[in-house]
Design a protein around this ligand. Structure first.
Ligand code: UDP
Length: 252
């Protein structure tokens, strides 16, 4: 631990370094249908995180030998822009990006009715434009909204959040300063909110059993808050599209 870390009081009188309560999310803004070329898309801001997600498909899987005659394949591409982090990131996808792409794609597969689209791929692109911890969960939340925007049939929207422990306290949605705290624990979690099925769960650090139970409960509640914001954004986009359609009809 260096001197600077020692000086930070991560939780003081129930307030965190950025003034949030223990179980408070950073501000989240979601815009649907922002990329015309894509079949579905979403722009999401989550605190300082800025993320663009675009979905293409289901479309024929090529080359043909990758096709699965029983279901669609999900190709999830998580990328961090070189300018999204303080030290320039190599544009080449690293191990971290490959791992996040794999686990996030698997999480989405749990939500999509893949068997409806044999021999196809659903390509999901998630570009992190600005970052401050929690980008994999924010990316997954954005990707799920983009899938819904593309009209891909799903059991539910995947909702995701980070939860963890800093300075002995279980907290929701850690920012970068908190993630870098000594002995911090970070747990990205994603669920299908209606059934509470967990579709992504990772953990960096150690927790006692009672802390884990508290963290899981806080994580699920956090996911449900994100879920409400995702649904509100989708509803808003579709009501606006309906209105535009009506105006066009009337002008004919
Ligand atoms: N980060 C960075 N350089 C990198 C990877 C990550 O500066 O090459 C930062 C970035 O702000 C990211 C944070 O570290 O959001 C936490 O990264 P982590 O691997 O825990 O993933 P995340 O919390 O973003 O899902």
């Amino acid at each position: 631990m260096n001197v600077k870390e020692k000086e930070i009081e991560y939780v003081k009188n129930g307030k965190r370094v950025d003034g949030r309560k223990i179980d408070e999310l950073r501000p989240i803004k979601i815009d649907v249908g922002v990329i015309d070329r894509a079949d579905g898309s979403c722009y999401l801001e989550w605190g300082q995180n800025k993320i663009m997600a675009a979905v293409y498909g289901p479309r024929e899987a090529l080359p043909k030998h990758i096709q699965n005659p029983y279901r669609a394949l999900v190709n999830y591409h998580y990328r961090m822009a070189t300018f999204s982090v303080p030290d320039r990131k190599s544009p080449k996808p690293g191990r971290r990006e490959m791992e996040i792409s794999k686990v996030s794609g698997e999480a989405l597969e749990k939500a999509i009715f893949l068997e409806k689209y044999p021999n196809t791929t659903i390509d999901v692109f998630v570009e992190i434009l600005d970052s401050n911890a929690g980008t994999r969960v924010a990316g997954l939340a954005a990707a799920s909204v983009a899938l819904a925007d593309a009209g891909i049939p799903m059991k539910d929207i995947v909702a995701a959040v980070g939860v963890g422990k800093i300075a002995g306290e279980v907290v929701l949605d850690l920012n970068k300063t908190e993630e870098d705290a000594p002995d911090a624990v970070d747990i990205p979690i994603a669920i299908l909110p209606r059934t509470e099925e967990i579709v992504l769960l990772q953990m960096d650090g150690l927790l006692k059993l009672d802390e884990w139970k508290k963290a899981l409960k806080m994580g699920i509640e956090g996911c449900k808050k994100v879920y409400e914001l995702q649904k509100t954004a989708l509803r808003k986009a579709y009501l606006e599209a309906e209105k535009e359609e009506k105006v066009k009809e009337n002008a004919k």
